[in-house]
Design a protein around this ligand. Structure first.
Ligand code: HEC
Length: 209
């Protein structure tokens, strides 16, 4: 009996000591978030089509930001399903376009900046995060290399669907993915996503040579 009482007393004492610390931590977190946001707002001045509202996080991004990109497992599947539900497919139902067009889109990093022509179709910027083909002078490594993706994973209907959906909305598969949701944000329309699917899966594409 004495043992239990001592234990309860110890737990209560621990709570009394740690609760204010946890609360202070949470407040410090909020404080940092607010300061980081104020800093971004100050440094990023809107100009032309590049307006400041783009630094506002949507609901999903807020969940990812607040959970260190690890939302509770029990809601992750639902969040991914919500993202998948918004994916739109090409009117003709075909998912393979022309890899040559896809290459132009993948290697273009223009679009949405204040000095880009308003309304000009933006590039896919894929090279900034992925290796695509050996002739590239430089590429980023935030994402995995896609060199030989089609050769290794196969150009099946299932794979075409996966690549199409991944480009349309990467968060349908990986809820806090760092890859932009190209279709979801309206940067790439279904017709242009098809060209990128061909770039990645067509056996004739330099990605698969
Ligand atoms: C800001 C960086 C970034 C950009 C830009 C980007 N991606 Fe990604 N991509 C990633 C990351 C990180 C992953 C791996 C994590 C994940 O799956 O979400 C990934 C994963 C992928 C995958 C799945 C790979 C696999 O093994 O299943 C494909 C396909 C892909 N990207 C294609 C593209 C294409 C096409 C573009 C251009 C339209 C593009 N990505 C632009 C970061 C990026």
């Amino acid at each position: 009996m004495k043992n239990i009482t001592t234990r309860i007393a110890t737990i209560a004492a621990t709570l009394v000591v740690t609760a204010p610390l946890l609360l202070a931590d949470a407040r410090a977190d909020e404080n940092y978030r607010a300061r980081a946001f104020a800093m971004m707002e100050k440094d990023f001045s809107g100009k032309g089509q590049a307006t400041v509202d783009r630094i506002q996080a949507d609901g999903l991004q807020t969940i990812c930001n607040r959970t260190g990109n690890k939302p509770p497992a029990e809601i992750t599947k639902q969040l991914e399903a919500d993202q998948a539900a918004g994916i739109k497919f090409p009117a003709d139902g075909k998912l393979m376009g022309n890899w040559k067009e896809g290459e132009k889109i993948a290697q273009s990093g223009t679009g949405f900046t204040w000095n880009d022509e308003r309304g000009a179709p933006p590039g896919g910027n894929c090279y900034n995060c992925h290796q695509l083909a050996p002739k590239e002078l430089s590429f980023g490594t935030v994402g995995p290399s896609l060199y030989q993706f089609g050769k290794l994973r196969g150009n099946t209907v299932e794979m075409q669907q996966y690549v199409y959906k991944k480009i349309f909305n990467s968060k349908a598969f990986n809820v806090c993915s760092e890859m932009p949701r190209f279709g979801h944000i309206g940067a790439l329309e279904p017709e242009r996503i098809k060209h990128l699917v061909a770039l990645i899966l067509d056996p004739e594409s330099p990605v698969n040579k």
